[in-house]
Ligand binder design. Sequence first.
Ligand code: OGA
Ligand code: NI
Length: 371
Amino acid sequence: MAIVDLVNAGEQQQQAAKRQEEDGEREYYCRRGVRNLCDSGISRLPGKYVLPASDRPGQAAAVGSVKLPVVDLSRLRIPSERAAVLRTLDAACREYGFFQVVNHGVDGELVTGMLDVARRFFALPFEVRKRYMSPDVRAPVRYGTSFNQVNDAVLCWRDFLKLACMPLAAVVPSWPDAPVDLREVASGYAEANQRLFMEIMQAALEALGVSGAAVLEDLAVGSQMMTVNCYPECPQPELTLGMPPHSDYGFLTLVLQDEVEGLQVMHAGDWLTVEPLPGSFVVNVGDHLEILSNGRYRSVLHRVRVNGRRPRVSVASFHSVAAERVVGPAAELVDEHNPRRYMDTDFATFLAYLASAAGNHKSFLHSRRLY
Ligand code: OGA
Ligand code: NI
């Protein structure tokens, strides 16, 4: 064997050993999650969670805070005020891709009950939570950690419980049976979110001038996924993120955040912290609605920062059409002045994309762009 080959073989072996070590480390942390890591008492952030300097939360873009446009749903329900509220909603979806809804009619006890049961779930012994871990992204219940466990080079400071919500009666029996009231509270909450989503979606289609009967029918029997997020207090919050910059996949996401701030939205090149507004939901445009609106509404990058003092809990509800349905720009929004900007897309394309790439940033949406 030539000397060169020997050297190469040695290097390859070293690289393989390094990869194995990295995989072992990833597995070590992914099996435990960050809640568990914190509970074991750490004073420094493990290297697997340390972002490269350019991706750290204090870097690159300026940081400020923002009061998002507020959509008052009780006014949307008054015929003489509906047009004005639709204008607010339309402007918010074009400019920020985000807004907050108040007076939404979802029972306050259901909302506080959901946050409470979420906290109690993450406080369960790790042995109990661990039962719901699954590597299968299609599992109706999945407890896990980080953002995209398989692809993340650096892990994120987040644990989550993902619950498939459609059809509700069929999936609830597979949800965790601890805490004992989780199924009852979370299913009531999921149902209320789906109703609210349909009402906001109907308003969005009206504001876009799209005759949405067919889409609304598809959405009524579409898909709903709920993610319960836990971002524990972090020993070195300036070095990591709870969630990396990403956009959401579906039509709209409804986010319930507790009183601890952390969600940041990219706007005009700056990261803006969304000030928690008690009793409200944060609503954001997802990739599907950007495509349907032919780019008028924007599915905007957002991320989650963590802090050293207090754990944060949020519940995100993602709504879309069923997996086999195709989404494309609405006919009303395509003409000679506004050519079609996106290819039709479906869930299978998205899953194939996730398996092939890092799956973060806005790359999926970009991959559907025509120009
Ligand atoms: C998400 C998300 C924000 C938050 O789950 O996609 O952006 O505040 N969540 O947890
Ligand atoms: Ni998101």
